[in-house]
Design a protein around this ligand. Structure first.
Ligand code: SF4
Length: 486
């Protein structure tokens, strides 16, 4: 039996990536490159819809971008000067082709395709209402709800219908939409998930991260603002703000872990933010040690910041194997035990006899941390002090990040001292929430009006969790919407 994630690396997972381009002769080919740069935001399925005048062409598949679009016959079919693309991560079981985006439907005004990064928190409620009114859903994604709301909207134009639909949804969404002669980009009023606008020659580009602009040689124009909807057509970029204003709550975890370090949001470099977080961590949780060692790759920038601030030498005491496939033969428990070694190996030439500060970005269930600490000890480290560049993850995310249920989060179950014992470290410390905000250039977290979404550390959810609350009282409803995240 084939399976995915047999050797779970115990990380939260970003669920989707977006890319869109308007008015370019190589629209589909540039979309492939953009999606390739955004592969870290979703590895299990990918798709592109292109538009050639009034005609739409789609290719969607389970798998990664490089494999899916390597066939020249696939690319030859994706004609037109406009295209949108999507990468998707989903837990095993709900990665079925009908859920792969961009989704596409025919309306009376013509075709419309949509890609979504985020999670709608009232999609289940809306879906139930619409099924009662006669809607026939074809996927289990929350994103499809937007199409059904558009179908019954009173407004005539595609834009009126998108706005009317989005005014009824709650949750986190960045969207790219494609209609004949028009590319649309939207961020929810809180701006939880990212979306940036770029330019290459006379063409405009939308992407989840700036690294997708870099790969095609586009320049970054700006972030799409929270609550902003942009329409890109033959006359340029038009911006409207059709929603009631809300407090800006960009996901702070994008800076800690999800985004690529060479991306920028809100005029901040993700790499520099991670270094500053590491430096702040060293100020807050210093320890006598001989070496600072990152858990690669995501722990590297914070470890560099920690080393610079503390004056303790940085060294690559753990080597990562980049060639671990996503799909493996189902392992036996005995083989599974070695799983972490497929991805990481401790370098005893560096670690032997040393007091080591291990820097990682988060602890979710604690399974991988436990194995890495054990591996570093076996390589001869005299002491292992774990430092984490996020506050303890005590709550689940409902805004487009795949997280285990709260009961499975180690920080929900245990105190920091208990967690240190659990993972077998000599000491364990996390950056404080105010330290994290200082690293982001704020003086502290504003408790009344937090400057970011930090709900997985604080439980302070900025957007109503309507479906979760309904599920709590009517558990049978969850069956209706298994795997509905985008
Ligand atoms: Fe990001 Fe955490 Fe908020 Fe989810 S709950 S959007 S991961 S900060």
């Amino acid at each position: 039996m084939l399976t995915t994630h047999p050797f779970d690396d115990d990380k939260l997972k970003e669920e989707c990536a977006l890319f869109g381009i308007f008015n370019h002769s190589d629209a589909a080919a540039l979309t492939v490159l953009g999606l390739h740069a955004l592969q870290h935001r979703g590895q299990e399925a990918t798709g592109i819809v292109s538009c050639d005048g009034e005609r739409f062409h789609a290719h969607r598949a389970l798998g990664q971008v490089g494999d899916t679009f390597a066939d020249p016959r696939v690319m030859a079919g994706l004609t037109g000067r406009a295209a949108i693309g999507h990468n998707r991560y989903a837990t095993t079981g709900d990665t079925v082709l009908r859920n792969v985006q961009p989704l596409y439907f025919d309306f009376d005004f013509g075709g419309f395709a949509l890609g979504h990064n985020g999670n709608l928190t009232n999609a289940l409620q809306l879906r139930r209402q619409m099924i009662r009114r006669g809607s026939l859903f074809q996927s289990t994604t929350d994103t499809e709800t937007i199409f059904h709301l558009m179908a019954v909207a009173r407004g005539g134009s595609v834009l009126d219908r998108v706005v009317e639909a989005l005014r009824q949804v709650e949750g986190a969404y960045s969207l790219v939409g494609l209609a004949a002669g028009m590319l649309i980009g939207v961020r929810d009023p809180y701006g939880v998930r990212p979306l940036v606008l770029g330019r290459i020659g006379d063409s405009f580009v939308l992407a989840s991260e700036t690294c997708a602009l870099d790969i095609i040689g586009a320049t970054c124009v700006r972030d799409i603002e929270p609550g902003e909807l942009v329409v890109i057509d033959s006359s340029g970029v038009h911006s409207i703000r059709p929603f009631a204003p809300a407090e800006r709550r960009f996901c702070i975890f994008e800076y800690i872990y999800f985004a690529r370090p060479d991306s920028r949001f809100e005029n901040r470099s993700v790499y520099e933010a991670r270094e500053r977080i590491g430096a702040e961590l060293a100020r807050e949780a210093g320890v006598d040690a001989d070496l600072v060692v990152p858990v690669p790759d995501s722990g590297v920038p914070a470890a560099i910041g920690y080393a610079k601030q503390s004056g303790i030498p940085f060294s690559l005491g753990i080597i990562r194997n980049h060639y671990v496939g996503r799909t493996f033969i189902e392992p036996t428990d005995h083989i599974r035990h070695f799983g972490v070694k497929l991805k990481h190996n401790a370098n005893s030439a560096v670690l032997k006899g040393k007091r080591v500060v291990l820097v990682d970005d988060s602890i979710v269930r604690g399974t991988t941390s436990t194995k890495i600490v054990e591996m570093v000890r076996q390589a001869g480290a005299a002491e292992v002090h774990m430092r984490i560049s996020s506050p303890p993850t005590t709550h689940s995310c409902f805004y487009g990040i795949d997280t285990p249920e709260q009961e499975k989060l180690l920080a929900h179950r245990y105190s920091v001292e208990e967690m240190a014992k659990f993972i077998g470290a000599d000491s364990l410390a996390f950056i404080s929430i105010d330290g994290l905000y200082r690293a982001m250039g704020e003086t502290a977290r504003n408790a009344q009006h937090p400057q970011f979404c930090d709900a997985c550390f604080t439980g302070d959810y900025p957007i109503a969790l309507t479906d979760r609350d309904q599920r709590a009282t009517q558990p049978e409803l969850s069956l209706l919407f298994e795997g509905g995240r985008a």
